[in-house]
Design a protein around this ligand. Sequence first.
Ligand code: HAM
Length: 432
Amino acid sequence: MIAFKPVRGMRDFLPEEARIMRFIEKQARKTAELYGYKEIITPVVESYDLVAAKAGEEVRLRMYAFEDLGGRKVALRPEFTASVARLVATTLRNEPKPLRLFCVGSLYRYDEPQKGRFREFWQSNFELMGPEKPEADAEILLLTKRFMKSVGLKNIIFKVGHVGVLRSILSQEGLAEEVQNQAMQRMDKKLYEEALKIVREAGASEKGIQTLQSLVGLKGEDAAKVLEKMRKIVEDYPEAVEAVKNLGEILSLIAEAGEKINITVDAGFARGLEYYTGIIFEVYVPELDIALAGGGRYNKLVELFGGEPTPAVGVAHGIDRMMLALQEQKAEINVEETRPVMIIPVSENLNSETLKIAEILRAENIPVELEVMGRKVSKALEDADRRGISHVVIVGEKELKEGAVVLRNMRKKEQTTVKIGELAKTLKLQIS
Ligand code: HAM
């Protein structure tokens, strides 16, 4: 017999992990509600051309892509943004803007498995479609902070940059988008020398290269100071100056919103996905050197998919990494869990009566676990104790003749006889 294991890069979530994952998902849904985002559910299988269009080399080469039996080139989604943009370009085309859309689910990338990096992972994803204003960008960062805090994460740090600054310089230097993408990919991987080599070979001026070189490595927590330095560095590139101004507006709005948010502005920051046009950001905690979330503004994607020009900004939160961060921070997760009541027949001929009583309790919304292993009462009580069950209903012949059962409080080690008709009410009083 072969002992099967999950495929490399895939994982099973056992009950305790599944509980934490669903708790994070619940908080994501609450956040969506708080900010007015409506949930949509998109397919796991998408057309390859859609998800590959602006995924960037890094993600594109790591897709689970295959031909389906109908000969279509498809891929397991590596992210949500392309799917949401597809919907906004087509079915939701005429919906009034802004559109606030939320999704949660599994994504697939053939990444090298390591700590916090899996081939199947989970995101909660927020997209705000329509507005160009900095308030929209601020909203995405603020909701991210609130969500992270609501699950119990501490000391969150935002790393923030602006693709518009870098792209404006490269455009003014006459570099084609394809070359820009190649340079940005290298910058994303912090291969700055390689990035500058690409830019130089594509014909950028010495001034252009020096401008980029000065931006790389310019970072700090005093946003005003970093932004002022950025503005000076890019002063001969009018669109880049505008982009710096835009970043400043967004950061001021966030600062004015009240919540203290730790932000490091990083002038040389780039992200692998190619659709970004404005602010970009990632979220970290001090305990981990991998990003818990990432996002940014992308104003051209919906149009690229045949829709109306639709400015947009969004974020994806990596649920697996949030779980890891909670573990690293030794966070207490207060997930309310209703412990079921256990119901035990004293002998096998009472099985159908026991089942009936269990159903009466469930109809009253009381979770009930039936003893199904055919154990003797003493063994079944031991098992209930081991699993932390607080109340046990024992169905015995003698009590049943009087329309009653025995209710045992496992914590207090006390038991009373209760009429079946009164059982749900009595249990509710004791459980709550
Ligand atoms: P991303 O940075 O590629 O952005 O992914 C967002 C988050 O997903 C990452 O910060 C990380 O937490 C998690 N993640 C990515 N890959 C893996 C992996 N192999 N294993 C575990 N977690 C992973 C996006 O996906 C964009 N769609 C975000 C966005 C939305 N931009 C605008 N709107």
